[in-house]
Design a binder for this molecule. Structure first.
Ligand SMILES: [Zn+2]
Length: 412
């Protein structure tokens, strides 16, 4: 993005951009910092404390170029002020609010829209002239549950599976997930586990990116009253985040922490089996979570068939909240009595409904998509929804409804 004068956001892959002297970085994901290396000398980089630490420690960028800014403060940078607001994406991720006496520009980077952002003192009841929007899931097919519901459901299921191994039998019976093992044999095997419950120890493995998705591991570790083990490389990364909660839970002992944070690629039936073997006999079974938003199948009523017209924005906002509890969690194919795998709709990007709620709860002059802008077809489809949000805001005199401070969910 080019912000006049002399400002760019998440635009490192072009090297030195003529006329740009200030480079803003919303968060530490490679599709945003790509191009930033230890030889960077094209201008100052502005970012959050955690992102700045990662840029220096991991990418080895000269600290002279890294300006780590505090959260929730309007920082005067001469031609404009900038404020950093929590983006609810990965650790250290921020929304940038740029302000001059003439205009206010909000850049979301990647974000999971939440009522907390709308009621942030710098945004609450304030107009934004231009909104650069994370449009990763700007399509009604991306209907997935609230992040906190998913996190709670995963923590709950781990407690159930850990306390009562007979729960394994029940879960597997709803899944048809037994792969090559006959369901009857599977049940008798699961019974074997129930009988020896005191001798079984469960290892929980959560897939994550370099950073991102830690919330789930934290919630599970707290619920199981255990610690989190991860690789030395990841521990070095986490040290940069200066997150006291995460730090207090980390351990270097894989047996002390029965929640392991691994890379997402390691979460599959074969890889989990191999992973468990490394820690036998200390652990005798393994539960893996693959958190991703995009492969969630929403309730039937929310699937728009070919040729069907999409519902109104109001309908989506009022009726498309997706309830989610642990009772709906079904083990994935390849699961058995020793190994259970769950694909969970945990997303650190906004669902389509989140985007609709966010973009109609605030007065906005113009919305500019930042993701999926490569094809004219996709740009056209996104524009249609952006125009619908715009029409709805105008119809309601600027914004559709009020979000009140303290509200944690979009009202229904
Ligand atoms: Zn990201």
């Amino acid at each position: 993005m080019n912000l006049s004068p002399g400002v760019a956001v998440d635009a490192f892959s072009f090297g030195a951009v003529p006329g740009i002297s200030m480079y803003f970085l919303t968060h530490f994901h490679s599709d945003h910092y790509g191009g930033l290396t230890k030889t960077w000398n094209h201008g100052k980089i502005y970012c959050s404390e955690a992102t700045g630490n990662l840029v220096i420690e991991i990418l080895k960028v000269d600290p002279e170029y890294v300006n780590r800014l505090p959260m929730n403060e309007a920082i005067d940078l001469g031609q404009f002020k900038v404020s950093l607001i929590d983006a609810n994406h990965c650790p250290g991720s921020v929304l940038f609010l740029f302000e001059t006496p003439r205009y206010r520009i909000l850049h979301t980077g990647d974000f999971r829209a939440s009522p907390k952002q709308i009621t942030h003192p710098f945004l609450h009841n304030r107009r934004v002239d231009v909104l650069y929007l994370d449009t990763t899931y700007l399509n009604p097919k991306y209907a997935f549950p609230e992040q906190s519901d998913v996190v709670n459901a995963c923590a709950e299921i781990c407690v159930e599976l850990s306390n009562s191994p007979s729960e394994i039998e029940r879960r597997l019976s709803c899944s048809g997930a037994n792969g090559t093992v006959g369901i009857k044999n599977l049940f008798s095997a699961a019974k074997g586990i129930s009988d020896k419950s005191s001798q079984t120890r469960m290892l929980v493995v959560v897939g994550s990116y370099t950073i991102g998705k830690e919330k789930m591991a934290i919630a599970i570790a707290k619920a199981l009253k255990t610690k989190i083990f991860t690789s030395l490389r990841k521990r070095k990364t986490y040290a940069c985040l200066e997150d006291p909660v995460l730090n207090s839970l980390l351990t270097t002992d894989p047996c002390e922490g029965s929640v392991h944070l691994v890379s997402l690629q390691e979460i599959g039936p074969d890889t989990l089996r191999e992973y468990l073997m490394q820690f036998e006999p200390h652990y005798t079974r393994i539960v893996g979570f693959r958190p991703t938003g995009w492969n969630f199948r929403p309730p039937k009523a929310q699937i728009i068939g070919k040729g069907q017209s999409a519902p109104s924005v109001e309908t989506i906002i009022q009726h498309w909240a997706v309830p989610f509890t642990s009772s709906e969690m079904v083990p994935a194919r390849g699961s058995n009595e020793r190994l259970m795998l769950f694909n969970v709709p945990y997303s650190e990007h906004s669902s389509f409904r989140d985007l609709s709620c966010f973009c109609t709860a605030m007065e906005i002059g113009k919305i500019i998509p930042t993701v999926n802008v490569g094809s004219p077809k996709s740009r056209e489809a996104m524009k249609e929804w952006i125009d619908r949000w715009d029409a709805l805001r105008r119809k309601h005199g600027g914004r559709l409804r009020t979000v009140v401070p303290g509200q944690t969910r979009w009202s229904i």
